[in-house]
Design a protein around this ligand. Sequence first.
Ligand SMILES: [Zn+2]
Length: 647
Amino acid sequence: MRNIFLFFCLLTCSCLNGQISPPDINVYNKIAENQKKSFLNKLKQNRSNAGDNYDLKYHRLEFIIDPDTSFIAGTVTSYFKTTKSNVSHISFDLSQNMIVDSIIFHGGKINFNLTSSDELVIDLATTLILNSFDSISVFYHGNPDSSGFGSFVKSTHNGTPVIWTLSEPYGAKDWWPCKQGLTDKIDSIDIFITSPGIYKAASIGMLIETTIQGSNKIYHWRHRYPVAAYLIGVAVTNYAVYSNYVKEGTDSIQILNYVYPEDSLAASNSTKDILPAFNFYDSLFGMYPFIQERYGHAQFGAGGGMEHQTMTFIDGFSYEIMIHELSHQWFGDKVTCGSWHDIWLNEGFASYITGLTYERFSSYYWMEWKKSRIQAVTTQPDGAVYVVDTTSVSRIFDTRLSYHKASLLLHMLRWTVGDSCFFAGLRNYINDTALSYKFSTTANFINHIQTSCGKNLTFFFDDWLYNEGYPSYNILCTKEIGNNVKVKISQTQSHPSVSFFEMPVPVKFKNNIKDTIVVFNNVSSGQEFTVNIGFDADSVFYDPERWILSANDTIKLVNNIIEKQNTEIILTPNPAVDFVELTVNQNQHFDKFELYDISGRKIISYSEFPCCQSKYKIDLKNIPEGFYFCRLFINDNSLIKKIEIIR
Ligand SMILES: [Zn+2]
């Protein structure tokens, strides 16, 4: 019966697993490096100047893109609602590198000024009242800035030209007039991409139709969910297209893949591997956020991947990158970090969810994932998860902090509060209607997890989010009588910003037959605990499941019980009735007598021994019959003798 069950379980698990590839910590360097370079290119420019006097409702984006030429011509029609009274000007973010041909408002051309700070300021030639719905069209063209890993890149794959975009964080304005700050998602968009007919154009949302227009083809993509400007991408080349499908309830979701033809076999062998993860994330965080549409991948030339909404852009098809970007659809796309201070809400979560995916589908890789992250973070003694200085590019996209340490922060938060309130808190956070399809901040997340767990977690976030470093533990376990173990936990910190990391500290006790893990609620350095582990351990291990971000830890098990049967001390009679007499060598100093029952409870402690006698009598009249341990302290040593009391 047991074997059959085991066989069934293995069979089931192996089906679910598909082809899981091992964790690859280096992919994070690629992802972060990519974003860092993109960011660096844009740093010289202001981040967002687009006005806060309107709410974007809809964009109709019409682009002409030919992968043979680094060039874009576009018409961007924006529908908006004024959020202030007396609106006579509105503005978009647009690189000064682009050429605006004309702007049409209420059927006529109007004046504009594209400033040196990349702000397209438009004079409406009228004044709109509060809550006015209106629309405006910007006609423009140019060769977008695309140095390095720029936001609009022309390159080749296997000799074929490709153009792709990567706008995070400030690059959308390089190729279209937009509002790229993290305050106003576009409620809905249509994207029309006109390209030579030999190419296919990939973008976000649903492909509504393709229309032939002479030698060109127009790809019409439609997305009906709110989206941040940086999560919109387009890519054009000679894509091969195929789909995977994942079952979702009684229906299925399409995973649409636009891949380079030369990589289509490898891609089709890989993309199906994420299907179990898809259902796993549904079960943890609620249904895939863009369920009315689909998910997919479009291959591009930047290293790593970019979580464009419903259409991840990806270079190869690494399992870890694929699941990282998929999890961003919940954490990053559905709920988007509300400032670059809060980047960990995107990257820390996506990184931890890759870990959870290994935990669910491959315990071996899960342990490897944890060890590699701890190792990576503890290579340096400092660094906080929270980004204070958003002008420091290398800090925002610091792989060690915004990805790895942030993911371990979540891991330790889960350990500290327990699975049920941790996952409930995450579910409540991601499904909060005030945050879903909008933006969130660190405070929003902390509120959710504290509410879910019913406790104040300031101490935790102070230590692990805002302050720096990690602890090192020194743990001394001392065997005492009756399977008691005294555990002394000492801690040092790698950085002075944290005086002490309050953590539940797990210790595993083991012998050939039994093992157990005891969790000590460690609130100060040098704190001592005594625990009865129920068996005689011969070895101890600190944090065997790797819950805590720490390094240079030591743990030791010592024996305080000296078993000397042929000692100089003689107990008579044994069994005893009313008393026991201790016979001691006269040149020894006898300090203390203790009597313990077999559960390790201390019954008698006596230390008033006059000096230098050879015999001492201990009264046992009030002790119930049974077996006991006598602990005898002599010459700074203690030894144990067993005694039976009879009536
Ligand atoms: Zn990411």
